[in-house]
Ligand binder design. Structure first.
Ligand code: NAD
Length: 293
């Protein structure tokens, strides 16, 4: 069993670290919040991020954004300097591709970006999807550790490829969700029932995950957040963050993403109008109230 340092015990990090303990690994944890430090029973508390990193075979971070990741790995008392030279370093946070590449290069170590999808429920159940970027050999060594926290683990390419996959996937998800909501709003105006639209579109060319798994109206998919007043799920504020990262990447690479840009505008407005904590499929409420353009 491996020795693992884990830094960042928030909504995602704490259940992920708990699954590593459950799998029998020796886990040393650190978080800036004293309250968060108590969230992982069976783990050894460290006094600093550097202490959590020292001596571990694998060192993981699960932090809010790129600046936290840069600071934790490369700042004064940083984890990269404290980690063993042969340790595998992983960042599972969702951050921008450029920072992921910069941090990986600056550590001078085997470093993987390995963001996740699956949310808090997936983190608790150990069913996350990991999308990883970094060298083959590092991925091969890290894969069993990631499998203790997730069901699907995909090696997407070199440094930054995991963050690139996450940004592209979530931009596509946002666009498909808005499209699905618009179809239901138009159906309502046309007097077409939700059930009839679902029955046809779920079996024809309009079929997509936003419709068949995460349907934004109550009824057709009983487990979707629409059936529980749009309680997340996946909070709209997090979708704004991910769409912002996709637009940053589009700006840096010169990719044309007009639908992604529009999805960001619409989700920003939804959040500003009080939807931050709602599931992202709740944007249908804003679209219903929208004046025609
Ligand atoms: P969170 O805000 O609940 O937790 C972040 C934790 O990091 C906090 O406990 C905070 O105290 C700690 N922290 C911040 N800076 C630190 C530092 N320098 N050293 C040690 N600890 C530090 O966030 P979360 O929901 O757990 O999300 C973490 C990452 O996962 C984010 O990048 C997020 O975008 C991504 N993500 C979240 C979800 C989700 O559903 N919550 C889903 C997929 C991906």
């Amino acid at each position: 069993m491996a020795q693992i340092g884990f830094v960042g015990l928030g909504n995602m990090g704490a259940p992920m670290a708990r699954n590593l303990v459950k799998a029998g690994h020796g886990v040393t944890v650190f978080d800036l919040s004293a309250e968060a430090m108590g969230r992982v029973e069976g783990a050894r508390p460290a006094a600093s991020a550097a202490e959590a990193a020292a001596g571990a075979d694998f060192v993981l971070t699960m932090l809010p954004a790129g600046r936290h990741v840069r600071e934790a790995w490369l700042g004064a008392g940083g984890m990269a300097a404290a980690a063993r030279p042969d340790a595998i370093l992983l960042d599972c946070s969702t951050i921008d591709v450029a920072t992921a590449r910069e941090v990986a290069a600056a550590t001078g170590r085997v470093f993987l970006d390995a963001p996740v999808s699956g949310g808090v429920m997936g983190a608790e159940a150990g069913t996350l999807t990991f999308m990883a970027g970094g060298p083959d050999e590092g991925f091969a060594r890290a894969e069993p550790i990631l499998r203790a926290m997730g069901r699907t683990v995909v090696h997407c390419g070199e440094a930054g490829a995991g963050q690139a996959a996450k940004a592209c996937n979530n931009m596509l998800l946002a666009i498909s969700m808005i499209g699905t909501c618009e179809a239901f709003v138009l159906a309502e105006k046309l007097g077409l029932s939700h059930e009839a639209l679902f029955e046809v579109a779920s079996k024809s060319s309009g079929q997509c995950w936003s419709l068949t798994t995460y349907c934004p109206v109550p009824g057709p998919v009983p487990g979707s957040p629409a059936n529980r007043d749009y309680k997340p799920g996946f909070a709209a504020a997090l979708m704004v963050k991910d769409l912002g990262l996709a637009q940053q990447a589009a700006g840096e690479t010169g990719a044309a993403t007009p639908m992604g840009a529009r999805a960001l505008e619409l989700y920003r407005r939804f959040v500003e109008e009080g939807g931050a904590e709602a599931d992202f499929s709740g944007i249908i409420r804003m679209l219903r109230a929208e004046a025609p353009t």
